[in-house]
Design a protein around this ligand. Sequence first.
Ligand code: HEC
Ligand code: HEC
Length: 382
Amino acid sequence: MRFKWWGTILGAIATVTMGLVGLVSARGQAGQAAARPQMAEEAFKNVQVLKGIPVDEFMDTMGMFSSALGLCCTDCHGREAEGNVAAFAVETDKIRQSRGMIAMMNTLNNNFFGGDQRVTCFTCHRGGEGIPETIPDLSIQYSEPREPSPNSMDIARSTRSPQPVFDKYMQALGGAQRVAALTSFTATGTYTGYETGMGPVQMQLYAKAPNQRAMVLKMPEEDGVRVYDGSNGWVVGPEKAVPITTLSGPNLFAARMEAMISFPAGIQREFTQWLSGSAVIDGNEMAVAQGSKAGQLPVSFYFDQASGLLKRVVRWNATAVGAVPTQIEFDDYRAVAGVQMPFKVVTTWTNGQSTLLLTDVRPNVAIDAARFGRPAPARDRR
Ligand code: HEC
Ligand code: HEC
């Protein structure tokens, strides 16, 4: 397990979000356009290369670095960065090398690939199996070719309509009528993730059709809150430094998708273009439907051929140094008001993994609209 950097990330995210508080309280009421996201160089002290990108995208580039090189945050930033946000600005050899690598990568892409991100940190570093090899490996040459990853962005290439797959999904869920009749639910359960130190905490979920969602994590010190109100998204961390983050770009779209998946009738309409494909996950045949819309990377939906139910969603966040993936897995489907609902959701991304387990789900209850409003910022601990 490579994720040894939880505490550090928490610190970093806390800093990231601190600066947003002012912006957000001035605007960002439910229904209004989201506040302008803060740029990395405004939030941080020593950004020399990755300028002009929002803070949440900047953190996704750190996810790319960690994932592509198989390194913890502190492997590059130094031990002092553990729990000490200011120390992230300290220059180390690895940081200097990485800045050079960004320049090299951009030169390659601009000069040889027409500016497309054909070369990323992962292209050479492949998840951190040491310094990239220069000498061919005979054991690779003479072994069976590797299967393409089921999570590849190219998994769906056919222009065949995925309509039958969605029809079967609707049927498997309990039928369009029952799905349409489920217009809200609340749930309790547990959440386990990096921000909880990989231990479970109590969780409350509120969801309202077509696309509102709020999750409250009962952290020891203070609640963690994530909200999507139908157009804006916020994250209030349980971290030490009182933050509220206004989501932007791909992370805002991710919050929207997460909310919509609770009320699946809207998924098809959300995208303007669909491709089809197939994949095998854990030995099970999957039908893949990949949706696209302007301004976002595609989203792949994996439906179990046997049950017809949604098994996995894979999506990507574009960043200045290439796209980073997020995988969401759905399991333990149970009927709620006659509609099949996943009681276990595991989300895996470049900075960590979280598990959501639902216990008590109450369908079609009234939910106070304030639940989906901008959450109160956490206590300022600066
Ligand atoms: C492969 C090396 C590498 C890894 C791993 C890495 N970073 Fe960085 N980090 C950098 C570089 C390089 C910069 C400076 C970017 C620039 O100058 O544009 C940076 C800058 C930062 C900054 C801005 C600091 C400041 O005040 O200027 C923060 C915060 C940060 N990283 C957090 C993280 C976190 C959190 C992780 C783990 C998820 C992480 N980094 C993993 C290389 C790395
Ligand atoms: C075109 C291939 C290529 C790409 C793309 C690439 N690297 Fe490298 N990287 C290398 C090679 C080769 C080395 C080893 C250099 C050496 O032996 O001194 C290296 C070394 C490094 C090191 C030092 C490793 C160590 O253990 O000290 C860091 C840090 C690094 N790369 C970060 C990055 C980051 C971050 C990116 C993406 C922005 C990136 N690299 C993209 C080829 C690449």
